[in-house]
Structure formats: structure tokens, C-alpha cells
Design a protein around this ligand. Sequence first.
Ligand code: HEC
Length: 153
Amino acid sequence: MIVSAAGWVACSSNETKDAYDKFYGKGRSAREAEAVVADSIKRAERKSAREAEAAAAVPAAAPSGSVSLTPPAEVAALMEKNTCSVCHKAGERLVGPPWVEVAKKKYSIDEIVALVHEPKPEHWPDYPPMAPLAFVTKEDITVIGTWINSLNQ
Ligand code: HEC
């Protein structure tokens, strides 16, 4: 299967690209899947500023009524820097699943690191596949993942 380098979203190595192609090969064509991801990002980016404000202003319903869905500034900054917040929100579906749903999976930090570097879209059949984000450091994912897991209470 051939995927044009220009159209590749967040391609950081041939290895991750191959892994990504493998997922795409199972169903739709690579081109179609790329378009879905690119389009999702575009749509999410348009909304993200407004969404971020709304998320900060309106405390979404916490799973147990006691957990704050507003990330600490440090975590929010890392999710911003690493583009997570383009596709994920704490309490609502965006492009990707809400963090509260991810938290329910009770992944270890190592598992979260691995899933960011090499997503397993089969875990979320209702969603488009997440692009592998190999550029995100383990340190950053550890901080983000620790906060995500704190939402499962
Ligand atoms: C382009 C949109 C997009 C971006 C950017 C993105 N995600 Fe995702 N993410 C998704 C989608 C879609 C899914 C569900 C499908 C999948 O796992 O492939 C997902 C799933 C996940 C999961 C669940 C994995 C599993 O197998 O249960 C975690 C954890 C996650 N993302 C973390 C992150 C983190 C951390 C970042 C930032 C470093 C990030 N995501 C950036 C779209 C995105």
C-alpha cells in the first residue's frame, strides 16, 4: 500500500507509518482514512479554542460527582503542546474518546505511552484511528497519563 508522504499526518518514522498502514489495511483505504483524520483535525481545530473555553467555564458532569474535569495548568499546557487537546476533551467525545472513558480502561502509564506511540484503533471501534504520535516524549505522556488515570474514581 502506498501512502504519499505529503498526505501523511504526523508521520515521524517509517516504522510508525507501517504500523498505521497496517491498521488502515484492515478496512478502508489509506487515502480515505487519511482524509478522515485530516478532516477531523481541521474541524477540531476550528472548534478547539471555543471548546477549550467552554471546558474551562462549564464544569462538565464528573463521573462520580467529585472529580474535577479541568486539568491542572501544567497538564493542560502539555496536552496543548502535544496536540492531544485538538482531539480529546475530558468529559465529552471530540475526535477521540473523552478522557473519563479512557480512564475507565485503567491502563498503566507504560501502556498509555505505548498507545500514544502506537495506537490500537480496535480498542475504539466507533472512532476514527488515532494517528501515532511518536514525537511525544515519555515524560510528557507520563504527566498527561497520570492525570487521565486520576479521573477514574
Ligand atoms: C488527530 C486526533 C488525535 C490526537 C491529536 C490525539 N488523539 Fe488520542 N485518540 C484519538 C482517537 C480517534 C482515539 C480512538 C481511536 C484509537 O485509539 O485509535 C484516541 C485514543 C486515545 C487513547 C486510548 C487508547 C486506547 O487504545 O484505549 C489514549 C490514551 C489517547 N488517545 C491519548 C492521547 C494523547 C496523550 C494525545 C496527545 C499526546 C492524543 N491522544 C492525541 C485521536 C487523537
